[in-house]
Design a protein around this ligand. Structure first.
Ligand code: BGC
Length: 765
């Protein structure tokens, strides 16, 4: 009897533990985050011992980071007195050592400086812009790219990067879409993990690596109207289900820093948002690293109508959980000693922020090795393996958007005179993309140069821009890269004719179109997604010549290319592909490689459709989904996950290991993908789910698994995805927590978000 009771209660316990799985992120930090974020006790003790010896002014210095452009001399007194604890924008190792020497040898406590920089997609060796890397759907490629970026940065004396940018966005008007993972939280989370691992290596302080700083926390990508810095208003449901997952993944991967965002989230500026920076970031996600404001993000609490003055801003930023202030000049945090003395700020709050910064310096080994070996820098920056990796990454980021009549690949032997024309044909800066401050333009392979090298003696390659692309307003990065003088009207006509002439004299025309790099990035939102400038006129003029022609796009956001797609049969999306971009493009155009990237964003037909994303909810009339505007289909131009190939793939044999499971149990989904064409190629196998009923209406589809596979002609591969609690749970606005619902679930596997091969399973209570 006793043993039967025991068995019964054990069974009840087991059932209870299955029926009520512990899902709560809101009340419990994930074990992975606890482990990855743990700070060794001896490091904490060392930081505390230092804090015990610091004056209030020295403490304020540790939470003040300044921009340094140009002459370092004016910065030395602040470094010497301990008023400046961190700098950014210095990339010259000799300069870094010079300033570090002042900190280590001339300041009272000898606390080393922390040097940060925007190492976004490379330092010397430039990889594709992040949206391009996302299009590779290849976390391994992202990890490798960011590991190389880290190696080059560390060898230059940089300790920390303001990356990865993890802002999910569903508004292609927003310029910063180029810096991030696109529209999807699941893809974003996978790439976030990879980027953090790449930057940081196995642990913070790993040799040749730097601290990763996921940004901008959080919801910067939802700014109203796609206007940069504008307020974001999102529901809790969107916050947890859409915007937070990439950050949670980065923290679980051990990210040592997080940057707070500029804008107000539901009216409260992110840099002083206690709920965001303390309740969510620290208590729910378990982040133990230091938070930095965005540039002047503390001071801007004043113009945002939140803080009375900079002293108020400093107290409120710090009290909310923003540790370090990044400032272009004199930091607002310099007022903190006064705030402590007057009783406005508890010294313990300042100590917490200082401790987090010191922990980063200790873990980076800066107290033992403050200096960088200047003699070793160049060899790392110019390592040939880095260029090869950048080429491989660029190849993998290419997306074949259109290939009517098999226009691509081109024969490499059929053409004698090739015209590579358009504003993006031969511009090194635009091949590299935004956030490249120390470019080696002469080492950049443009599209024209890539084609020239690929065809060698066999063809004569001419190039002409034809059109000049210019922003309507100056870029905020003009100080680094002044825009060239605008063409006069007469000059514009001459240049246009020169390009058309080049096309006339050619037997193949490659159009390189899109956006210059300054048309995306920070402060680079647009109201239109059309090809800017006179590009379509150039397309029309070339079309009239009746020559074989294809188009390559270099750009940082989805574009409305419907008019182009009507004129040009083959269109290859190359984003801003980086140092070896032109080589990758040429290899794809002439069939040495087969493009296999996929769009990490939905491409709208027009701006009026925005926001448009695949993972929307159903309506009361789901069948009408594609016809909800009367003037245009409501389907996109290209769906999320889309990309063609020079070969074909078939998906078959979808199956679940169990058609019914209990709440909390995993389901394994398998399917077979076959290369049915005549060339080797890559397919990104994508798995989407839909929960049919429950305590909330769930999106029509959600990406919950993907794998990029390479298949030879005729080859098949079985792919396998595990749907666990992590994939099946969601944050429920009614329960205010993560939940799992009993429901029937549909599952699709295929090559984009319209995948048709389908099965289903049931989750029973
Ligand atoms: C941007 C950040 C960047 C910082 C430092 C800011 O304007 O918003 O993303 O890391 O500048 O350059």
């Amino acid at each position: 009897m006793k043993s039967r009771l025991l068995t019964a209660s054990i069974t009840a316990l087991l059932v209870a533990s299955i029926a009520a799985p512990n899902l709560s992120w809101a009340s419990q930090v994930s074990p992975a985050a606890v482990q990855a974020q743990a700070v060794p006790a001896d490091v904490l003790a060392r930081a505390n011992a230092l804090i015990a010896r610091m004056t209030l002014e020295e403490k304020a210095g540790q939470v003040s980071q300044l921009f340094l452009f140009g002459d370092p001399t004016p910065f030395e007194p602040g470094v010497r007195s301990g008023a400046t604890g961190a700098l950014l924008f210095v990339t010259d190792p000799a300069l870094i050592n010079r300033l570090q020497k002042v900190a280590v040898e001339e300041s009272r406590l000898g606390i080393p400086l922390l040097f940060g920089f925007d190492v976004i997609h490379g330092l010397r060796t430039i990889f594709p812009v992040p949206i391009g890397m996302a299009a590779s759907w290849d976390p391994a490629s992202v990890e490798q790219g960011q590991a190389i970026a880290a190696a080059e940065a560390r060898a230059s004396g940089i300790h920390w990067t303001f990356a990865p940018m993890l802002d999910i966005t569903r508004d292609p008007r927003w310029g910063r879409i180029v810096e991030g993972p696109g529209e999807d939280p699941y893809l974003g989370a996978a790439l976030a993990r990879a980027a953090v691992k790449g930057f940081q290596g196995e642990h913070i302080g790993a040799p040749g690596h730097i601290i990763a700083g996921p940004k901008h926390f959080a919801v910067y990508g939802a700014s109203e109207g796609g206007r940069d810095y504008d307020s974001a208003f999102v529901s809790d449901s969107q916050f947890y289900n859409v915007y937070l997952p990439p950050f949670a993944a980065a923290i679980e991967a051990g990210a040592g820093n997080v940057m707070s965002a500029y804008m107000e989230l539901n009216d409260i500026p992110a840099a002083a948002n206690h709920w965001l920076l303390t309740d969510v970031l620290r208590k729910q996600l378990g982040f133990e690293g230091f938070v930095v404001s965005d540039a002047n993000g503390v001071k801007s609490l004043v113009p945002q109508g939140f803080a009375i003055d900079e002293a108020d801003a400093a107290v409120r930023g710090l009290s909310a959980g923003n540790d370090l202030e990044m400032a272009t000049a004199e930091a607002a945090n310099a007022t903190l000693p006064q705030a402590v003395r007057s009783g406005r700020l508890k010294e313990a709050v300042l100590d917490d922020a200082v401790r987090r910064v010191l922990v980063a310096k200790i873990r980076m080994g800066l107290f033992e090795n403050p200096y960088v070996d200047e003699g070793a820098t160049e060899a790392v920056l110019s390592a040939p393996g880095h260029r090869q990796a950048a080429l491989a990454a660029a190849e993998r980021s290419l997306v074949l958007l259109q290939n009517a009549g098999g226009a691509l690949p081109l024969s490499a032997t059929a053409y004698r005179r090739v015209a590579v024309i358009g504003p993006l044909a031969d511009s090194a800066q635009d091949t590299l993309g935004s956030w490249v401050f120390v470019p080696k333009l002469e080492e950049t392979v443009t599209v024209a140069e890539g084609i020239r090298r690929r065809l060698g003696e066999s063809a004569q390659v001419t190039t002409a821009p034809g059109v000049q692309l210019r922003r309507g307003t100056p870029s905020m990065f003009e100080m680094f890269r002044p825009a060239p003088p605008a063409w006069t009207e007469a000059q514009a006509e001459v240049e246009f004719e020169r390009a058309v002439e080049a096309a006339r004299g050619a037997d193949l025309v490659v159009l390189a179109l899109g956006e210059i790099e300054q048309m995306s990035g920070e402060g680079a939102s647009r109201t239109s997604l059309s090809l800017p400038g006179d590009q379509l006129r150039l397309v029309d003029a070339v079309k009239a010549l009746n020559k074989p022609m294809v188009a390559v796009l270099l750009n940082g956001r989805p574009l409305d290319i419907a008019p182009l797609a009507e004129q040009v049969p083959g269109i290859l999306e190359a984003w801003h592909p980086g140092s070896e971009g032109g080589t990758a493009v040429a290899k794809a155009l002439f069939g040495d490689i087969n493009p296999g990237g996929k769009l990490p964003m939905t491409w709208p037909r027009s701006v009026g459709q925005i926001p448009i994303y695949y993972s929307h909810n159903a309506t009361k009339a789901p069948a009408d989904q594609g016809a909800r505007y009367w003037d245009q289909p409501s389907t996109p131009l290209y769906p999320f996950g889309y990309g063609l190939s020079y070969t074909d793939f078939a998906f078959t044999d979808i199956a679940v290991d169990r058609a019914a499971v209990r709440l909390g149990e995993p389901v394994v989904v398998t399917a077979t993908v076959t290369n049915t064409g005549a060339r080797a190629g890559d397919e990104v196998v994508q798995l989407y789910i839909h929960q049919r009923s429950g305590r909330a209406a769930r999106p029509v589809r959600e990406l919950k698994g993907f794998e990029r596979v390479t298949l030879q002609p005729g080859e098949s591969r079985q792919v396998r995805f595990n749907l666990t609690q992590a994939e099946l749970r969601y944050w429920n606005a009614g329960e205010r927590d993560w939940v799992l619902d009993p429901s029937d679930f549909d599952v699709w596997i295929g090559g984009d978000s319209r995948a048709e091969l389908k099965t289903s399973f049931t989750v029973a209570p």
